[in-house]
Write a protein that binds this ligand. Structure first.
Ligand code: B12
Ligand code: SF4
Ligand code: SF4
Length: 363
């Protein structure tokens, strides 16, 4: 992907023009396993106001970090002074072969979001971004950069849209017409005034509203607007305490994250399976029973989730989520036995969720 600026780009110390470097970045990014890369200015346009409204409505729930850092989240130059461009990249994560819909409809199985099947993406992407940044560094001597993926106060989807990587759909995901939305985003803030790409202006949702209608917890307050507090991803990953009782039956068998608003999206037929060995399922997480995972000891949990994003929920959070899944499962012997085995768990939160689950089975 290349672009133009109105002024003639200066030569770099390597003798290339900045336009030459910008032309090579997507090629270097692909060599490092990214599916595409684009360059934009450090602005988030109208997205800053959308973020402010979202925060004012309290949709961040316990994710208080979303409101910290003042204007840094929507003003890249405040986060990293001297930033002239943002290089946005995406990396596909869908494992293949895959069976998400089968697992979702089998209520004795545990559904783990496709993004968390393998190694933690933060680690994978951060390392690759560092390599990409140092290649740019070799070409543009003396420039400064910082690389980010997810955890920093950055409006990643807004920057990706502005860098031409896709449009923000009604489900709030960044979607590309040739790649769906099962990909991660990351970015490099650079002081090099590289030529920029065209933003992705065309919105391809049209009159479709499949994602808004399918959401199990009705977390969308309208197109493009998600009440984070109702999203299963928030409830099973970000929320540290008890899951509100009225939402538990709606969670079904989703024990870590949720993909429904993506799986239903018609653009997903263009999603590409990942080429990354690191994102392939580990320990049968793509097709395990709730009862089996519920009986993991803490030691097994720590061992089997080493280097995985699942660690974020912690062992008690993991048991809490599985207890909800088991409460929503059919009343079979393995389900009931598993719940009874954890009825005296030392954590009050786990015990309370197990008791709720047992009540769902009339016990
Ligand atoms: C907080 C957060 C969450 C929260 C809140 C989600 C949310 N929609 O905000 C929770 C925990 C619920 C969550 C869930 C998920 N997340 Co998340 N999350 C983030 C994080 C850290 C910040 C997102 C953010 O800025 N939210 C603030 C609100 C205001 O933004 P927004 O809802 O996206 O709304 C935008 C537009 O819709 C628009 N907008 C808002 N209101 C309005 C109103 C109107 C009228 C209009 C026209 C537009 C508009 O402007 C907003 C800003 O661009 C980013 C990483 C990052 N640093 O950016 C990852 C990120 C967005 N998450 C990601 C993923 C993969 C997920 C999940 C799929 C994980 C899962 N399977 O469980 C789900 C998807 C749920 C969903 N539909 O969004 C990826 C998305 C990749 C992609 N292709 O888009 C990111 C980019 C992480 C990454 N580096 O890859 N996430
Ligand atoms: S991830 Fe699931 S719960 Fe969250 S908005 Fe999408 S469909 Fe709803
Ligand atoms: S399901 Fe339909 S409305 Fe939702 S993001 Fe996909 S195309 Fe847009």
């Amino acid at each position: 992907m290349t672009g133009t600026t109105s002024t003639t780009p200066p030569l770099t110390d390597s003798g290339d023009t900045l336009a030459d470097v910008a032309r090579r970045i997507p090629e270097w990014a692909r060599e490092l396993g990214f599916s595409s890369a684009g360059i934009t200015t450090p602005d988030t346009g109208e997205h800053a106001a959308h973020l402010q409204n979202w925060l004012a409505n309290g949709y961040q729930g316990e994710m208080e970090y979303m409101g910290h850092h003042g204007d840094k989240r929507y003003t890249p130059c405040s986060l990293v002074p001297g930033t002239k461009r943002v290089i946005s990249v995406r990396m596909d994560y869908l494992p293949a072969p895959d069976n998400p819909k089968e697992v979702l409809t089998d209520r004795e199985k545990a559904y783990v979001t496709r993004y968390a099947q393998g190694r933690d993406y933060h680690k994978v992407i951060r390392k690759r971004l560092a390599t990409l940044a140092s290649r740019i560094d070799e070409a543009v001597t003396g420039h400064n950069y910082r690389a980010f993926v997810d955890s920093a106060p950055v409006l990643e989807r807004a920057l990706a849209q502005r860098a031409g990587l896709g449009w923000i759909g009604k489900n709030t995901m960044l979607i590309h017409p040739k790649a769906g939305s099962f990909f991660f985003l990351g970015e490099i803030f650079t002081s090099a005034p590289l030529p920029v790409d065209q933003p992705f202006e065309t919105e391809h949702c049209g009159s479709c509203s499949a994602c808004l209608d399918i959401c199990p917890t009705q977390a969308f307050v309208g197109p493009y607007q998600l009440d984070g507090r109702r999203c299963i991803s928030y409830l099973t990953i970000e929320l540290k305490g008890s899951i509100p009782e009225q939402l538990r039956p709606l969670i079904g068998n989703r024990v870590f994250g949720c993909d429904d608003c993506q799986l239903v999206c018609p653009w997903q037929k263009f999603s590409k399976p990942t080429q990354e060995a690191d994102f392939q399922p580990r320990h049968g997480l793509d097709n395990s029973s709730l009862a089996e995972l519920f009986l993991w000891t803490e030691e097994q949990f720590l061992k089997r989730t080493e280097g995985s994003a699942i660690r974020r929920t912690g062992y008690e959070g993991w048991l809490r989520n599985l207890a909800v899944g088991l409460g929503n499962a059919p009343s079979t012997i393995p389900v009931m036995e598993a719940l009874k085995r954890r009825a005296d768990h030392p954590s009050e939160m786990v015990r309370e969720h197990v008791q709720w689950a047992l009540r769902q089975h009339g016990l």
